[in-house]
Design a protein around this ligand. Sequence first.
Ligand code: SF4
Length: 215
Amino acid sequence: MMSSEEQGMLRQSVTQVQKAAQAYLGQNPTFPEAVGFVTQIHSAIDKVVAIAVSEGTQLACRSGCSHCCHVRVEALEPEVFKIARFLQGLPQAALDQFTERLEKHAAAVDGTTLTTHRQACPFLENQRCLIYPIRPAVCRKGHSLDVQPCAQGADTLPQNVAIIAQSEAIIQGAASAYRAAGLPAGGHELGSAVLAVLKNSDAPKEWLAGDVKLK
Ligand code: SF4
């Protein structure tokens, strides 16, 4: 729980990020520009984590550890489009495999909530993320300082407050900038949202027009 002073600092950071993101996106970004901006969001969060680690934060997260890939992951519209675009660039057989995997996942998580969602992410295979370079912002900011609570499925994890607060400011500020440009930007269950985009060729056009259904 953040103190009122920390909440005030977070709001200030969100506003700063929003201004910078609005300057980058402008009022009327094209689809490639709007989706391309996701790279900036992800790089900024990666930098926050790298700085914390360089200053001595010891993350318990290791390659092959995937406890946090079994909870609900939410992604913003432009992140969903970025992942869908990547999948659409794969050979047809691979795209079909992903689509089938996403359909099974969407059926399994339908009706679940943040607390009841305990399904493996559809992009997890052999404890590895198949879309690691383009994984959503929440996966980049997510971390733990101790693996035990993760393994026990604890509701709260020991985390670095600066990583969480700064990453959240980046995500919220960027989402506000998208919305200021008329582009919906909110949190959507990752697998179901990617599937919705794969099944709707008009989704990019609808997003640019300010109304897209991602479920
Ligand atoms: S996108 Fe990758 S990192 Fe994020 S939950 Fe899925 S498998 Fe894990």
